[in-house]
Design a protein around this ligand. Sequence first.
Ligand SMILES: Nc1ncnc2c1ncn2[C@@H]1O[C@H](COP(=O)(O)OP(=O)(O)OP(=O)(O)O)[C@@H](O)[C@H]1O
Length: 323
Amino acid sequence: MKVLEVKNLSVGYKSLVGKFRVLHNVTFNVESGEIIGIVGESGSGKSTLGHSIIRLLPPNAYFEGGEILFQGKDITKIPEKEMVNIRGNGIFMIFQNPLNSLNPVKSVEYQLLEAVRVKASRDGKNFDEKEAKEIILNAVKDVRLPDPEEIIKKYPHQLSGGQVQRVVIAMALILRPKILIADEPTSALDVTIQAQVVKLFKQLREEEGISILFISHDISLVYAIADRIMVMYAGRIMEDGNIEEVIKNPMHPYTQGLVSSIPTISKKEGELRVIEGSPPSFLVLPTGCKFHPRCNKVMDICKNKEPELKEINNRRVRCWLYE
Ligand SMILES: Nc1ncnc2c1ncn2[C@@H]1O[C@H](COP(=O)(O)OP(=O)(O)OP(=O)(O)O)[C@@H](O)[C@H]1O
């Protein structure tokens, strides 16, 4: 069952040097219980996509067009009051800067209890104080925070970046939204805790059928968690398909570059291939395919005309090689 449909979404920013469009006709569906890894180099528009879906874009952003259907309803058109209810209950986002998700003047305990209250009212349940406390302590233990009783008494500024990140993940575990958008959720965590968080996310999907949009520039981490991978470049989807199939046989030259830069045991460090050059500025995007200046398979047509995102063998690819 489709839980989210993003159709022709175009979003940009106004800046001192001009107005520029970042997301370019982004179209994709999310099935319930599906984990989609969204990858791409820094600046490809991954966070902008997440912020657009939860409708928390910075004030200088502008919406150019498109639809975002959550459970069939276009949430780009609903009043903010209704959106507040969807945020948390329906769609929850773990931001790259997790402090953005917490209230600086409320204790961790207060904020996690608030999540329990939201969940209880959604499910028509009632928890007494003792039950509610048990729920939050369990969530805090699940994310491997030390001294749960002590940590919940603290305020966000008294915690390290990695601890704040885990409090926000604990909040997601309590809320159990329909869709969890996780923007680099483990970047501030060490490797063992990172593995635990990946396990918790998979467990959430198994137990509750939650769909997860897992945003990361780390393709090996995405491989460990996702069912499907969506590769973004210059605000466009370049390739989208089943993770095993895409990693085994990447079709787009950009995906091929990303995959060949994954460190594996068989590759020594010196043998890692990186994609030459860097992503373009949105203010001066190249003509034709936005990846052509860095592409090792570039053809004449690539310089002049942008390819469409085409469906080929259960996958979508934006590349003239497959026309
Ligand atoms: N508030 C803003 N004002 C102006 N430009 C912005 C703003 N936020 C993002 N951008 C620009 O939009 C583009 C896409 O940024 P975005 O953060 O969505 O990419 P990303 O793929 O998530 O990158 P990262 O992995 O570094 O977070 C970048 O060029 C960025 O500089």
